[in-house]
Structure formats: C-alpha cells, structure tokens
Design a protein around this ligand. Structure first.
Ligand code: FPP
Ligand code: MG
Length: 336
C-alpha cells in the first residue's frame, strides 16, 4: 500500500507541527492501552485497525483546537483518544453493515474474524471510549452522548433512504451531517472545551466542525468512486454496490437525460438496476467518473470546504488557525 502522509505532516509552523506529532503519538499510546483486554481475541480484534494506522484526522483536530486554550492540559490527550476510539468503533460496525473487505490497507475486522466478533469488539471500543469520557466529567459525557445518537441515526437514515415525499439531496446531506459531521464537530469542540478555551471559540469549533465534516464525507464519497485503493486503503465502489446514492449520483438524477449522449443513457440504465455483478459495477463506476455530475459534485465539495475556511477566519490569528485553514483545503482534495 502507498503510504500517503496525513495532512498534519504538512503543518508549516515547525513548533506546532512537533507538538501535534508528539500529541498524536501520546494518543496512539493511550488508544493501545485502553484497548487492551485479558481476552486475547478481544484485544487483538480491537487493535487490528488501530495497528494498521489511519489518518488520525479527528485526533489531530482535537489537538489543534486545544491550541486555543491550555494545550498542555492533561485532559487534551484523553479527549482526542475518546474521539478516535469512538471513530474506530463506528468503523468496525460500518464495515459489517457495508460488507467491506478492506480498510486501511488490511482486511477488515469482519473479513478476518467474522461479523459477530467485529460487532462485539466495536462495542468494546465504544465502551472503553465511554469509560474514558467518564474520567473527564459530565460535560464530556453529555457531548459524546448526543453525538453517539447522531452516528446511529445517520446510519439508519442511510439504510432507509429518502421517503417518497422527501428531497433526496436534503436526505443525503442530513445522513452525512449525522454520521460524519457530528463526530468531527465533537473532535474540535472537545479539544477547545477541555483546554479551557473561551466559550465563543468552542462555539466556532462546533459549527466549523459540522461544515468541515460535511466536506470530509463528500470527499470520502467521491473517493469511493474515483479513489485509488493503494492510497485510500479501501475498495472503490462500495456505495454503488450497496445501492447508496451519494452526491454525484444524486446530481446526475437531477439532470435531464441527454438522448444524444450514449454514455449518459447507459449510465442511467445501469444505476436503475442492481450493481452486484462485477462487470456492470465496474462499467457504472467508469461512466460515473467521466460524467458531468461527478465534476459538479467535486465543485460542491470545494464550496463546502471554502465555507469551513470562512468559519476558521473567526478564530484568533495563530499558527493553529493557519493549520486549520490548510486542513479545510486538504479535507476537500484528499486522496486518502
Ligand atoms: C462510514 O461511512 C461510517 C460512519 C462515518 C459512521 C458509522 C456509524 C455507525 C456504524 C453507528 C454506530 C456507531 C458506533 C459508535 C458504534 P462510509 O461507509 O461512507 O465510509 P467508509 O468509506 O469509510 O466505509
Ligand atoms: Mg463504509
């Protein structure tokens, strides 16, 4: 697998970069410690994706948000660990739901040990993250609790699909806000909160994180269509295979069919059928990548990232603010 350096490696301010790198290493140590268990199967399956690496995007955001208060407060590393453990738990459950085989360049927990172990060890990671949250007090527990509800709600809404009277794009945006925006917003909020930043700053991280999370998931959905498994560490085409309409497909369906474009007509036929067959699935992916709706979806994603950047400008000027501005850019254009 090609190793794509995570965005925080490109932080330009040297001192800030080394603080973030050190912080992330402490988060990794804490994640491993908190996912140990006397039952070897539980510990090994819970640490499987952890050992495979990952971007640690959410943990890095928590650490950056903490720079707006006392970044050395002992609760900061715990807050980042809570968010990453919650994320990891949700990925294990998501891979069961999506019948995914590969994540972070390695077989998923469900592919390796089966669905029952994958769900149980995801539960375990979630329980450990809740236990760690309990150490930080009521504010952290309350913040985590409402996000857990939204994560599950987002997944259920995605499974259900839009009701006949509902606008499909509005439904999709609600799904991705719940399943991704909520946890990314929590990452920033918790960092600022436990570092004792001013409540106005905590508030900025809340709204900024939701928008950044939206851009991040929109980019993830584009990668599911056009990404390179060598850099994303995942197989492409899961959404199409599962019949989940993401932004490019929704934009395509909103466009009038072009009777003079055989590729457009063929793609519409394919999208209205089942894409479980490898050949038609591959054909649909290729046609979608070349369709105008795909380019429109890219532009939509960039606009969301620009909105997130504008929110960052409300923060006081400092190296962390510059790093957050770069992070918005990276969230929309990322390849991993
Ligand atoms: C990935 O979506 C999935 C999520 C961001 C949320 C998953 C949430 C749950 C399974 C609810 C249960 C939550 C907990 C904490 C146990 P995706 O399939 O679009 O992304 P992918 O390409 O990375 O798989
Ligand atoms: Mg998935």
């Amino acid at each position: 697998m090609t190793v794509v350096p995570p965005y925080w490696r490109s932080i330009r301010h040297r001192e800030l970069k080394s603080r973030i790198v050190e912080g992330l290493s402490a988060v990794d140590t804490m994640m491993f410690d908190w996912s140990k268990n006397e039952q070897p199967l539980l510990a090994t399956s819970a640490q499987h994706l952890l050992s495979a690496g990952g971007k640690r995007f959410r943990a890095a955001l928590t650490l950056l948000a903490a720079q707006f208060g006392d970044a050395d407060a002992p609760a900061v590393i715990k807050a980042a660990t809570i968010v990453e453990l919650t994320h990891l738990a949700s990925l294990q459950h998501d891979d069961v739901m999506d019948r995914a085989h590969v994540r972070r360049g390695v077989p998923t927990v469900n592919a390796r040990w089966g669905n029952r172990i994958a769900v149980r060890s995801g539960d375990f990671l979630l329980a450990r993250s809740a236990q760690l949250a309990a150490e930080l007090g009521a504010d952290v527990i309350l913040a985590q609790r409402s996000v857990l509800t939204r994560l599950v709600q987002g997944q259920i809404l995605e499974l259900q699909g839009p009701s006949p009277e509902e606008d499909a794009l509005t439904h999709y945006l609600k799904v991705i806000s719940d399943k991704t925006g909520s946890l990314i917003a929590l990452a920033g909020r918790m960092g600022a909160m436990v570092a004792g930043a001013h409540p106005d700053i905590v508030e900025v991280f809340d709204t900024f994180g939701e928008t950044l999370g939206l851009a991040f998931q929109l980019a993830d959905d584009l990668l599911d269509i056009s990404g390179n498994p060598a850099s994303s560490g995942k197989r492409t085409g899961t959404d199409l295979r599962q019949g989940v309409d993401t932004l490019p497909v929704l934009l395509l369906r909103a466009l009038p069919p072009d009777p003079h474009d055989p590729a457009d007509s063929r793609l519409r036929v394919l999208l209205n059928g089942s894409l479980h067959n490898d050949r038609t699935h591959q054909e649909a992916l290729e046609l979608l990548r070349g369709h105008a709706a795909f380019q429109q979806a890219r532009e939509y994603t960039t606009r969301e990232a620009i909105k997130a950047r504008q929110m960052v400008r409300e923060l006081p000027r400092c190296p962390a603010r510059t790093a957050l501005l770069d992070l918005c850019q990276n969230a929309a254009t990322r390849i991993a």
